[in-house]
Design a protein around this ligand. Structure first.
Ligand code: FPP
Length: 258
């Protein structure tokens, strides 16, 4: 491979080094990358496999992407794993997704912890099955003091419902005389979002050729750069993440200015 250098940053074992193409500027790696992992079902259908196999392959893809993000110094990776709309799927698929999540957390948490990854979630976690809540609790508690990559798993997450929760909370605070209407500003809203204390994503990636946000991080993506690819999520690798970052680094971000 021409024009590559090998990064040794991070603690992942030697077989898991990340080759970074020379066109990537290591000084402007996005701090926060959000990913809509789409196309598991179509990946499976193309192979005449059940949809569940697509989700399983999706978990494999996740490993490589997390490792790469960690190795190149991304600080936050937010992954859309289960939306508020995904409850419309057949019960068998929902329970398979929950099972996969439990399995993933049980199997991976040690390695993630060893590599200083902090696991967090965004979304209405309490509505998930007890066993899932328990496993999330175990993983987030174990990794809570880690200061490497923060992996935010969006579960039972919806952008509109997140914003509605903020509106209701502000309503309650006004009713109780804790704040005045003229004190409502962007900073206040941000402290009440699931992503309080997390910077907005500079880059949002969606796989599988769909070009929409699907209720993901509606407030937070106001100025994010979007990168879409036709690749189905199970085929998405660290190298594609690097491709997206390289593309992002060639964009001009003006935030409404000139
Ligand atoms: C979209 O593909 C994917 C999902 C709804 C779930 C994403 C889940 C995983 C990658 C695995 C579990 C996650 C964790 C964090 C362990 P789709 O089913 O909508 O695909 P389709 O549009 O081709 O049907």
């Amino acid at each position: 491979m021409i024009g590559v250098k090998i990064m040794f940053k991070g603690l992942w074992n030697n077989s898991k080094k990340t080759r970074v193409p020379s066109n990537i500027n290591m000084n402007s790696i996005p701090k926060h990358i959000a990913i809509i992992m789409d196309g598991n079902g179509r990946w499976a259908a193309e192979r005449m496999l059940p949809r569940n196999m697509g989700h399983r392959a999706g978990v494999e893809a996740l490993r490589d992407v997390i490792r790469t993000a960690s190795n190149i110094g991304v600080k936050y990776l937010t992954l859309y794993a289960f939306s508020t709309e995904n409850w419309k799927r057949p019960d068998s698929e929902i329970s398979m997704l929950m099972k996969l999540l439990i399995e993933y957390l049980r199997k991976e948490v040690e390695e993630l912890h060893y590599n200083s990854v902090k696991i967090q979630t965004i979304g209405d976690i309490e509505q998930l099955p007890n066993e899932v809540v328990k496993e999330i609790d175990r993983a987030t508690t174990k990794t809570r003091l880690n200061n490497g990559l923060h992996v935010n798993i969006a579960l039972n997450y919806g952008g509109r419902s997140e914003i509605l929760n903020v509106i209701k909370q502000i309503g309650r605070e006004i009713r109780d005389g804790k704040i005045q209407v003229n004190e409502i500003n962007e900073e206040l809203v941000e402290t009440l979002l699931y992503t309080a204390n997390i910077p907005d994503p500079e880059l949002l990636i969606r796989t599988s050729g769909e070009i929409r946000l699907s209720n993901f991080l509606l407030w937070q993506c106001a100025y994010s750069e979007f990168w879409f690819t036709d690749i189905y999520w199970p085929d998405f690798k660290g190298e594609h993440l690097l491709e997206a970052i390289s593309d992002y680094q060639n964009r001009q971000r003006r935030f409404g200015g000139i």
